[in-house]
Design a protein around this ligand. Structure first.
Ligand code: GLC
Length: 545
């Protein structure tokens, strides 16, 4: 057995993100469901991923597509039942796939019984202690307690008829929990145990950097962030406070009480890899999403800098890196890379720059080989293996993301990366659900070329590239966990080797690049020109160590 097989699975796993509403709809109500996921498990096994992360499936009024949870130990009837979830976990395991679920600890739905009890209590009553209630400012308390902004736009405070205000860093239907409350801490540990007992292999922690607010809750001042923009500040009054780490040390102890290498991944939008590394210290979480990679420009210097700082910062905490190109909150990378400005995650892509999807797709193919060759784990967001672009023409009347309303129609929001997957056929719903069922977001008429069916077996397709890369990644002893060595290469070319005998070359320059003599190409992201890599092309090659 190679060392790679004896290291914990999460150090090198490729995890496929299932955005449940948009993955596969078995019952024809236009929304994806657990039965749909179960029917597609063979597809995921054949794709070659190690695990799935399923976005929230709990009972929810769906104000924020399920990130407003009304019961952490149930399943929304839209998606199925707890028995269906248990069956899915079992079947996924039978297919060799681990299952990670989403936990949302920063806030609940306003329909959660805890918040309903808080509303029923008088101001100052103990039931309000689970949330963040404050009196207002101004002579009659008519002004919010401070100037904090909701990530989705507008004030982060809403006033109740009894005069008190409550905090919501997201929609007003998502009241923030008070993590100073011992009841909140105990109840969430029970939630972890509930799902661990049902066999889940881990949790993705939503807004992991938001749970603790600075005492006294001081104003943000002039540099309040814009809608959906992460902070660049280190000493921020409600992001990335030191106090969050105690919570994760306690969670780690819960996970360590179970057999089977249970794991956590933090969603933490923090100011750089050094801050991120604090979440993955030995007694804390196992991994964290690396959003700096996702936000890096398509540029050799920028990418190399992120790769180096990430590996150094996380490595010194003893943790593996993760690499992410897309998820349900950002503009799909085929589209990001097809625009002149490739930096950032693009939530405000309503500022239309010219788009070259051919270019974006070539770069996305190269980026996939880069990501899957880097040391550590990687995430694949559903549809990225099909090369889906962002759906940018959803009519305004059909937009669902609360960002659209809360930003006063300034920011369209994240619906464009959440459109239901095209599986087969040549017209909507493209096999997402039964014929005639209309998906919760409209699918573009042009998506017939993107279906999994159309791409399977086509050697030039994105699906085929992902399958080939994932197969090689499993087989090749150099890939997954470990280290890398940069090799000399012309400006604009990334070239690194991994032992034994492997190198990855990515040509981000404007001219063809000739790989080292004697190397053999294992896999390339696009056609080679003679022996050389055209611009925006990557290749996995053999080298002598
Ligand atoms: C996370 C989720 C996002 C959600 C927000 C509030 O950032 O990824 O989709 O809107 O948290 O829960």
């Amino acid at each position: 057995m190679h060392v790679k097989d004896s290291a914990p699975w999460w150090r090198s796993a490729v995890i496929y993100q299932i955005y449940i509403r948009s993955f596969a709809d078995q019952n024809g109500d236009g929304v994806g469901d657990i039965a749909g996921i179960r029917s597609r498990l063979p597809y995921l096994r054949d794709l070659g991923v190690d695990a799935v992360w399923i976005t929230p499936w709990y009972p929810s009024p769906m104000v924020d597509a399920g990130y407003d949870v009304a019961d952490y130990t149930g399943i929304d009837p839209l998606f199925g039942s707890v028995a269906d979830a248990e069956a899915l976990i079992r079947e996924a395991h039978d297919h060799g796939l681990r299952v990670i679920t989403d936990i949302v600890p920063n806030h609940t739905s306003d329909r959660h019984p805890w918040f309903q009890a808080a509303l029923a209590a008088a101001p100052g009553g103990p039931a309000r202690d689970r949330y963040v209630f404050r009196p207002g400012r101004g002579s009659g308390g008519e002004l919010p307690p401070n100037d904090w902004r909701s990530v989705f736009g507008g004030s982060a405070w809403t006033r109740l008829p009894d005069g008190e205000w409550y905090l919501h860093l997201f929609a007003k239907e998502q009241p923030d929990l008070n993590w100073e409350s011992p009841d909140v801490r105990r109840d969430f540990e029970d939630v972890l145990a509930f799902w661990f007992d049902r066999g889940v292999d881990g949790f993705r922690i939503d807004v992991a950097h938001g749970l603790i607010k600075q005492e006294g809750m001081p104003d943000l001042g002039a540099d309040g962030e814009d809608v959906l923009e992460p902070t660049k500040r280190i000493d921020h009054p409600h992001w990335d406070r030191d106090g969050v780490h105690d919570i994760y040390r306690a969670w780690r102890r819960v996970a360590d009480g179970y057999t089977g290498e249970r794991t956590f991944v933090a969603e933490a939008w923090v100011a750089g890899p050094g801050r991120l590394a604090r979440y993955v210290r030995p007694e804390e979480l196992h991994t964290a999403f690396n959003f700096d990679f996702l936000r890096a420009p398509w540029d050799a210097g920028g990418l190399r800098a992120v790769i180096d700082t990430t590996l150094e910062a996380l490595g010194s905490a003893g943790a593996p890196a993760t690499w992410v190109l897309s998820n349900h909150d950002v503009v799909r990378h085929v589209t990001r890379y097809g625009r002149p400005h490739t930096e950032g995650h693009g939530p405000r892509h309503d500022v239309r720059e010219p788009l070259d999807l051919g270019l974006g797709t070539r770069r996305a193919r190269a980026a996939a080989l880069l990501m899957l060759a880097l040391p550590g784990g990687a995430y694949v967001y559903q549809g990225e293996e099909l090369g889906l672009p962002e759906a940018e023409d959803i009519p305004e009347t059909l937009l669902q993301d609360p960002v659209w309303e809360r930003s006063g129609h300034r920011v369209r929001g994240r619906d464009g990366c959440r459109v239901p997957l095209p599986w087969s056929g040549d017209a909507p719903p493209y096999g997402f659900g039964p014929d005639g069922a209309s998906p919760w977001l409209p699918q573009p008429e042009t998506w017939k070329e993107f279906t999994a069916e159309a791409q399977a077996g086509d050697s030039g397709s994105m699906l085929d590239l992902y399958r080939a890369a994932l197969r090689l990644r499993r087989e090749h002893p150099a890939l997954g966990d470990g280290g890398l060595r940069w090799q000399t290469a012309p400006e604009g070319v990334l070239l690194f080797s991994r032992s034994p005998g492997f190198a990855c070359a990515v040509n981000l320059s404007g001219t063809p690049y000739e790989p080292p003599a004697d190397s053999e190409v294992l896999l390339a992201s696009g056609p080679l020109d003679g022996g050389s890599l055209p611009p925006d092309t990557a290749a996995w090659i053999t080298v002598n160590d």
